[in-house]
Write a protein that binds this ligand. Structure first.
Ligand SMILES: *Cc1c(COP(=O)(O)O)cnc(C)c1O
Length: 382
């Protein structure tokens, strides 16, 4: 009976259906102009996005990874420099630091928000520290005031990884306005997602913005005059046209995610879970709705059998990734990150979720916990 219900983790088709006319017209406009590389829509989107975030500058680039790397390079952060970031992030944060030639220095998270711990940052500062890269994980801004205080005291650069936080607020200002610069990803599943890859850097520093514009376009100042060994990382014009349409809906979509999170919170209250906590002075835009459970594997299998997709963000902390073994970290160094990695579970979250779907997910999860509680008691007492 319930077997045919399918609740994907993210539903990009459902969203496209609600804006198909606008999107199709925007793409047609680019086809009519045929200005495919750094065309009109790129500049227009950059203006709209800067205005939305609240910075004077936004620079469209090829991906979130590139946005992070080019921001570091624009500030001259590279070989010999250390950049502090979280052990519990998506690997792109760390790969961007490595790509810039700098050394990632990992620190543990605050277990109540999953965001980087300012105290741990302070303890990790060395004479080589040139940057801090806080990640606004799951859509909740990191604790920027203490992070910026540490940065000012030590004269280091802060580059926000805002890839999961388009529109989120900290103390009434958007994520992406707090650091020297911030990087956004427009990967399709992000809160503001393109229909392919894309990214942007925001900053209030016009000189840095100019450097990033050069770096993304072969280090060119004017055509065929190359002043730095740049790269090819330009936000695609068709993607910019799509993003410009979608940006107009973003606040409404984020509000829908917040309502869904509140619904999950109410439905799951009293269950054997740690539910997401939103710290003071922050708006969480729920890129991901992440709970903690003792019975994750069972819960995932149970939900999957009911047609409900779930995720884990992220199952392997950065210091345990094979790609990062040269960093020389060992298991046990980041206990909060390690403990959470074994317990976190992301439930379906996208603006188009219906009340019935939310109820079905929550009741299925509660049922999975009821069914597993006996075996858990046996396991823990044996
Ligand atoms: C998605 C993401 C990135 C990378 O973005 P891409 O556009 O996929 O390169 C970086 N950091 C975080 C935290 C992300 O979630």
């Amino acid at each position: 009976m319930t077997e045919r219900i399918q609740i994907p983790f993210v539903d990009l088709q459902a969203q496209y259906k609600t804006i198909a006319k606008e999107i199709n017209a925007a793409i047609q406009g680019v086809l009519d102009r045929s200005d495919y590389v750094l065309g009109e829509e790129v500049g227009l989107f950059e203006e709209d996005f800067a205005k939305f975030i609240g910075t004077t500058q936004a620079i469209g680039v090829g991906s979130g990874l590139d946005a992070l790397e080019l921001a570091l390079r624009a500030y001259g952060i590279g070989p010999g420099d250390e950049v502090i970031t979280a052990a519990n992030t998506y690997i792109a944060t760390v790969l961007a630091i490595i790509a810039a030639g700098a050394r990632p220095v990992l620190v543990d998270m605050d277990p109540s928000t999953y965001n980087i711990s300012p105290n741990a940052i302070e303890a990790a500062i060395t004479p080589r520290t040139r940057g801090i890269m806080p990640v606004h994980l799951y859509g909740q801004p990191a604790d920027m005031e203490p992070i910026l205080a540490i940065a000012r005291k030590n004269k280091i650069i802060v580059i926000e990884d805002a890839a999961q936080a388009h529109g989120a607020m900290y103390a009434n200002r958007r994520a992406g306005t707090w650091g020297h610069a911030a990087a956004f990803s427009f990967y399709p599943g992000k809160n503001l997602g393109a229909y392919g890859d894309g990214g942007a850097v925001t900053t209030n520093d016009p000189a840095i913005a100019e450097k990033i514009r050069q770096l993304r376009n072969y280090g060119q100042r004017v055509k065929y005059e190359h002043v730095v060994a740049g790269t090819n990382s330009r936000l695609d014009t068709i993607q910019a046209a799509i993003l410009r349409v979608k940006l107009r809906h973003l606040d409404v979509w984020n509000a829908a995610r917040q309502r869904h999170a509140a619904a999950y919170n109410a439905l799951l209250a009293g269950g054997p879970y740690v539910l997401p906590r939103v710290a003071a002075q922050r708006t969480h835009i729920f890129h991901l709705y992440v709970i903690e459970t003792d019975n994750r594997r069972h819960a995932q299998e149970f939900l999957s059998a009911r047609g409900i997709a779930t995720g884990i963000h992220y199952p392997i902390p950065i210091h345990m990734q094979e790609a990062c073994k040269d960093l020389g970290y060992r298991y046990g160094e980041f206990p909060a990150t390690e403990a959470a990695a074994n317990r976190i579970l992301s439930l379906p979250m996208y603006p188009e979720l219906t009340e019935e779907q939310l109820e079905y997910v929550a009741s299925s999860l509660l049922e999975s916990s009821a069914k597993s509680s006996t075996s858990t008691i046996r396991e823990t007492t044996s």
